[in-house]
Design a protein around this ligand. Structure first.
Ligand code: ADP
Ligand code: MG
Length: 615
């Protein structure tokens, strides 16, 4: 079209499209899921705006918030249309080509190694999956603030935008037309499409209809000269013999097959979280998790919790622990906006950018809250300040920590009790689940201990670590406490850069000889963690490389006495700005002497970490 304005795709987007268009990836169906998901997002947005301004919905036709799919066999076109928010010209330029999302390059990189296109939705570039099945795509869109435009591209590095002067006016919303490739003709098959839509729209809360053809038998007056009419009839309608008698009295008619078209509704829009938990199967939860996560691998979530909160603030919630941490969990820890946690008010989607619902350290959880207590007709900003949110957050944290605790409780590997272990081992698919959780999200628990004083003890229960005697296995504070030697007052730990380095540490010599168990902390975050975790139950934590280590030793007093003069001499020889004090050590066995950090000073490991950060 000569009047069209031409644009080049941003380089990374162009690379992504090349990969998609040349992909041999067999599961091409995913494009449909991505388009339905985008349509649903667009509908959520206009519905949200309509809460405070009814006029945005426009005429009754546009006010119907739904998704419609049409198959045009003659022209090889599959089209999907929504009455969502639509896109202005500027939106089309930005969203579909010139601005790369943060996940774009991460996804391109991932494609080069794994080639699993299934994850495309997680990286925020799902739209481009249309080029798995189409070689030419048109996006027709009408936003309330602009005219109707057409975006089009053959995925050849460029796209064009024109003011739409030839299509039907959409009223509002977006229609995506896929000109299917020769090898993707199967997507014009009605029954295939129905199956796919059903599969991918199970949790979409807007009606989805297909312009479906139907073969119907209609009665028409019979022609005089058709003698074979009776035979035909008994073949097509396998109907009852008696019908023939009545037929005799009626004027002669015949039955013919006609193809008619009508909108066929394909999904049931009842939200899963409104159902009673006992009526929802594990399989349904798993599928729901996949749709929230935009993760369509076969992997099951590690745990979930579905509950109703009653009282002053009423809400329903579903929480999931994913089987894997997302690619950018800690990268975007302090600046991410979008989460996978959705807020609904009376079934209406409000936002997934609410920091007020879950604390940052739990941002790895997926799920939703639907509250009847929150007001519907206020702005997002007002809602953000609503006092009920505090109550919701508090309950969500509690439930989330319970759910995580349950992963451990149900995991036979976590049990101390040998007998219980043997009994459960035979039939347990929960085995090793907590170690898996810890591996993926342990750091979040540690960040929680640092950030959330109110739940510190609950979080400390979830902590796992290796110790000098745990033989490479993870253990908990409760297990450590149950093994403490009689007379041992404190929980002993040491920090360092690796287990290997720590195992050679002179600080552990005596403790090892005397069979004291010492926790080995090797993650840089552990140093910060231990500044917040002062005690657990009635025990204090003691860094064995710091001043204050007490282990039962009868000879200690005597030794102190007899070396008094020597320690004095050392102290003056080293000068007081270099050392605070010189003492007879109770922690060494073979090494003659060691430098110990004062109780409130930085440990040597912390100094190492801080140095590496400032360099
Ligand atoms: P994501 O949905 O994760 O943002 P996509 O690649 O699927 O990523 O879509 C890119 C953007 O294009 C969306 O964020 C949205 O702004 C816009 N978009 C896509 N489809 C539609 C639609 N049907 N209606 C309105 N906007 C849309
Ligand atoms: Mg999308």
């Amino acid at each position: 079209r000569p009047s069209a304005e031409k644009f080049e795709f941003q380089a990374e987007v162009s690379r992504l499209m090349d990969i998609i268009i040349n992909s041999l990836y067999s599961n091409k169906d995913i494009f449909l899921r991505e388009l339905i998901s985008n349509a649903s997002d667009a509908l959520d947005k206009i519905r949200f705006l309509s809460l405070t301004d009814k006029d945005v919905l426009g005429d009754p036709d546009s006010a119907k918030l739904d998704i419609q799919i049409k198959l045009d066999k003659e022209n090889n076109i599959l089209s999907i249309r929504d009455r969502g928010i639509g896109m202005t010209k500027e939106d089309l330029i930005k969203n579909l080509g010139t601005i790369a999302k943060s996940g774009t390059s991460a996804f391109v990189e991932k494609m080069q190694t794994s080639g699993d296109l299934n994850l495309i939705g997680q990286f925020g570039v799902g739209f481009y999956s249309v080029y798995l099945v189409a070689d030419y795509v048109e996006v027709i869109s009408k936003h309330n603030d602009d005219k109707q435009y057409v975006w089009e591209s053959k995925a050849d590095g460029a796209f064009a935008i024109s003011e739409d002067e030839w299509n039907q006016p959409l009223g509002r919303g977006t229609e995506i037309r896929l000109h299917l490739r020769d090898e993707a003709q199967e997507y014009l098959d009605q029954s295939k499409l129905k199956d796919l839509v059903k599969k991918y729209s199970e949790f979409i809360n807007f009606p989805i209809s297909l312009w479906a053809s139907k073969e119907v038998d209609v009665e028409v007056p019979a022609d005089e000269d058709e003698s074979s009419d009776e035979d035909d009839k008994s073949e097509t309608s396998s109907s009852e013999e008696e019908a023939e008698d009545e037929d005799e009295k009626q004027p002669k008619t015949k039955t013919v097959r006609e193809t008619t078209y009508e909108w066929e509704l394909l999904n049931d829009v009842k939200a899963i979280w409104l159902r009673s938990p006992k009526d929802v199967t594990d399989e349904e939860y798993t599928k729901f998790y996949h749709s929230l996560a935009k993760d369509f691998s076969e992997e099951k979530p590690l745990a979930w919790s579905h509950f109703t909160a009653e009282g002053d603030v009423e809400f329903k919630a579903v929480l999931f622990v994913p089987p894997k941490a997302p690619h950018d969990l800690y990268e975007s820890y302090y600046n991410s906006k979008k989460s996978n946690f959705r807020l609904y008010v009376r079934r209406v989607f409000i936002s997934d950018e609410f920091d007020e619902l879950l604390p940052k350290y739990l941002s790895f959880l997926l799920g939703l809250v639907d509250s009847d207590t929150l007001p519907l007709n206020v702005s997002r900003e007002m809602l953000q300040q609503h006092s009920s949110l505090k109550t919701i957050k508090k309950k969500l944290i509690r439930k989330a920590l319970d759910m995580i605790r349950r992963i451990a409780d149900e995991d036979p590997d976590e049990s101390n009790d040998k007998e219980k272990k043997d009994v459960e081992e035979s039939s347990n698919d929960k085995k090793g689940q907590y170690a898996k959780f810890w591996n993926e999200f342990g750091k979040s628990i540690k960040l929680g201990i640092i950030e959330d004083a109110a739940n510190r003890n609950r979080l400390a229960k979830l902590l796992r670590f290796e110790t000098t005697t745990s033989d490479g296995k993870l253990t908990s504070l409760d297990q450590y406490m149950s093994r403490m030697k009689s007379g041992q007052k404190d929980i002993f730990y040491i920090t360092g850069s690796s287990k290997e380095q720590l195992e050679k540490s002179p600080f552990l010599e005596r403790l090892k000889k005397k069979n004291y168990e010492v926790i080995l902390f090797t993650d840089p975050v552990d140093e910060y963690l231990m500044q917040y975790l002062m005690d657990y139950e009635d025990k204090k934590f003691q860094n064995v490389s710091k001043e204050g280590l007490q282990i039962k030793d009868s000879k200690n007093k005597e030794l102190k006495e007899s070396f008094k003069e020597l320690t004095k001499w050392w102290k003056s020889a080293l000068a007081s700005e270099n050392v605070d004090s010189v003492k007879v050590s109770n922690r060494l066995a073979d090494t003659p002497c060691v430098v110990v950090t004062s109780k409130y000073g930085w440990s040597a490991n912390m100094e190492r970490i801080m140095q590496s950060q400032t360099l």
